[in-house]
Write a protein that binds this ligand. Structure first.
Ligand code: AP5
Length: 217
């Protein structure tokens, strides 16, 4: 992208549209996309020690302990591609401890966070987005039965995440609500709120504006 490498965080409640927006951000700016949710789901699938540790928490919709999550992302951030292309952190940090650990890793590598986008979405919409979400297990792409219907030829192979139920999204929301103030406080200087209730294309425009108002300034 024309802005060069930079580091950003996209944060927001479960199903607020982080993953959906990350696709555009990566396309527009060439950042390395690091989603702790995706990394942890892969670890669970591969039955790595981190995956074995994380699985129960994820199935219940609870936050995975800080030391486990920091373990999955810490080494990755110091790799060359992240330094050269910049990084898009999706779903991390989610607690104050994680923000402090991240700060330490970045500082050690001479980096900083340039912009933090907070996607804000009403709670009723979050539940509807969670319950209607369907995932392509091959590409990892997210669809929604109502808001972003999948092409007919792949509809049959789509799956639902096992934490995408109304009951579990309540637990996930509690975990989010408990930590949201600590995270926004930590990133006050570089943080911007974006209305995530609008259509994905409109949210994309607002996210892009937020990026341009902070990066390189
Ligand atoms: P994670 O995978 O990060 O889940 P999440 O935060 O709950 O977020 P989602 O991936 O569910 O949603 P999203 O915001 O990406 O929304 P999407 O774009 O798909 O984490 C899962 C679990 O891992 C956690 O519960 C925890 O256990 C663990 N974990 C991960 N990171 C951790 C950390 N740092 N610390 C501790 N534990 C951690 O959109 C959702 C749906 O809505 C889709 O169907 C989409 O098509 C649709 N949609 C998107 N945008 C719009 C729009 N504008 N209008 C209408 N529909 C839309």
């Amino acid at each position: 992208g024309d802005l060069g490498p930079f580091r950003m965080i996209i944060t927001g409640a479960p199903a607020s549209g982080k993953g959906t927006q990350c696709v555009n951000i990566v396309k527009n700016h060439g950042l390395v996309h690091l989603s702790t949710g995706d990394m942890l789901r892969k670890a669970v699938k591969d039955k790595t020690p981190i995956g074995v540790e994380a699985e129960g928490y994820m199935t219940r919709g609870e936050l995975v302990p800080d030391e486990v999550v920091c373990g999955v992302i810490g080494d990755r951030l110091a790799e060359d591609d992240c330094k050269q292309k910049g990084v898009l952190l999706d779903g991390f940090p989610r607690t104050k401890v994680q923000a402090e650990v991240l700060d330490g890793i970045l500082k050690k590598n001479g980096m900083d966070i340039d912009v933090v986008v907070f996607l804000e979405v009403n709670e009723e919409s979050l539940v509807e987005r969670v319950c209607g979400r369907r995932i392509d297990p091959e590409s990892g792409e997210s669809y929604h039965i109502k808001f972003n219907p999948p092409p007919a030829d792949i509809a049959d192979k789509l799956i639902q995440r096992d934490d995408d139920t109304e009951e579990k999204v309540k637990v996930r929301l509690q975990g989010f609500n408990k930590n949201v103030a600590a995270i926004s406080g930590f990133y006050e200087a570089v943080g911007l709120k974006v209305d995530g209730n609008k259509k994905p294309e409109e949210v994309e425009v607002a996210v892009e504006e937020a990026i341009r108002s902070k990066v390189g300034k």
